[in-house]
Design a protein around this ligand. Structure first.
Ligand SMILES: NC(=O)c1ccc[n+]([C@@H]2O[C@H](COP(=O)([O-])OP(=O)(O)OC[C@H]3O[C@@H](n4cnc5c(N)ncnc54)[C@H](OP(=O)(O)O)[C@@H]3O)[C@@H](O)[C@H]2O)c1
Length: 341
């Protein structure tokens, strides 16, 4: 099978730029590469591996002769272009939420449920950032002791909400220190500086936010958990630039000691354990930023659950939560020969 012709759709965006960085870092094997974005960017130059390329407008014809498209141009663009891409024989690895819960679309974390890739019909969805890091940490524990109940509280950085949110943290902090007022661009109702916001995305009818329900529904789909497994999530935006953190309490069908969990997680794909409470060693968002692993620490017996464990899971949301997993999925498609050549 020859190396694939690939394209980055949304190459100029926050996630798109990270995808290019990771393709380069990992020396992704390709025959040709193209860069697509909106009409606003068409004709501009983009640099990749030291060469300059011209950005093309993402019209249907731009997807001719491609094998893999890494898409991070928003849900509306993915919805509009998915059938055009599939019709021309390429697989779209989609970072938006447009197809995640579609039963015909595999939702994949590389290293967790790679086998699901075999079911793809031209689209593979990349999960939400807070789900992604959680899956890598839970997979080895679920394989060993089977999850019965899961309670997650997320502490999500502003970079997950885009550039305006990053500016709000910087400008809002400066203003607060100078006793000045600042009107947020992304966070319009509450300041993110020196504050926490217990709402990410809009509320659904059951009182949970869409972000919280993504964690619930995506976890069930990726780990193939039955409806009997109870899952709840509270998602909080915190004044941190990069990395999401999660306080996780999980009940298992059989006993699993903290030592056993540490042993399983220490050898698990994509996970690193930092857990030495006596010396105050545990992962923090600052430490995880810019790195690939999902870090797990504070592993202890949960005092409120039977066969329960509590732990602290931290990862760079821009990498594992989006671009890194997208590139890893593309690598798996190549490795497993799951694209048309
Ligand atoms: N930020 C995160 O942490 C994160 C994590 C996981 C998933 N995601 C998802 O990834 C996607 C991109 O997010 P982002 O933060 O990278 O957004 P962004 O910085 O706003 O970038 C959007 C990209 O999409 C392109 N685009 C917009 N409209 C288009 C159109 N009609 N046709 C073709 N290209 C178009 C833009 O091109 P121009 O530059 O030409 O406008 C740009 O390259 C979203 O679906 C988001 O939900 C983001």
């Amino acid at each position: 099978m020859s190396k694939p012709n690939i394209a980055a759709l949304g190459a100029t965006g926050v996630v798109g730029q990270e995808i290019l960085k990771i393709l380069e870092e990992r020396n992704f094997p390709y025959n040709s590469i193209r860069f697509l974005a909106s009409a606003r960017s068409a004709g501009k130059q983009i640099e990749f591996k030291g060469d300059k390329y011209t950005i093309e407008e993402a019209k249907p014809e731009a997807f001719e002769n491609l094998n893999i498209v890494l898409a991070s141009a928003g849900g509306a663009t993915s919805l509009a272009l998915a059938s055009e891409i599939a019709k021309r024989g390429a697989v779209m690895v989609d970072n938006s939420s447009a197809f995640r819960m579609d039963k015909d679309v595999p939702l994949v974390i590389a290293g967790v449920n790679d086998e699901d890739l075999k079911q793809h019909k031209g689209i593979v969805a990349n999960p939400n950032c807070s789900t992604s890091q959680l899956m890598l940490a839970l997979k080895p524990l679920n394989d060993y002791a089977k999850i019965k109940r899961l309670i997650v509280s997320t502490y999500q950085s502003v970079s997950g909400a885009g550039k305006d949110a990053i500016d709000d943290l910087t400008e809002g902090t400066k203003a607060a220190l100078n006793n000045e007022k600042y009107q947020g661009k992304k966070f319009k109702d509450y300041s993110i500086a020196f504050n926490l916001i217990p709402q990410i995305d809009s509320f659904t009818e059951n009182g949970y936010t869409k972000e919280e329900m993504k964690v619930v529904n995506e976890t069930r789909k990726i780990l193939h958990l039955s409806e009997d497994v109870k899952i709840a999530c509270t998602a909080i935006r915190v004044p941190v630039y990069i990395s999401h953190s999660e306080a996780v309490s999980v009940e298992f069908e059989k006993e699993i000691s903290p030592d056993k969990a540490r042993e399983l997680l220490s050898s698990a794909y994509g996970v690193e354990v930092i857990d030495d409470p006596a010396n105050s060693k545990y992962p923090t968002p600052q430490y995880a930023a810019g790195k690939d692993p999902v870090y797990v620490g504070r592993i202890r017996k949960d005092l409120a659950l039977e066969n329960g464990l509590s732990m602290w899971v931290v990862a760079d949301n821009l990498r594992i939560g989006a671009a890194l997993n997208a590139v890893r999925i593309a690598e798996k498609l190549v490795e497993m020969k799951l694209y048309q050549s």
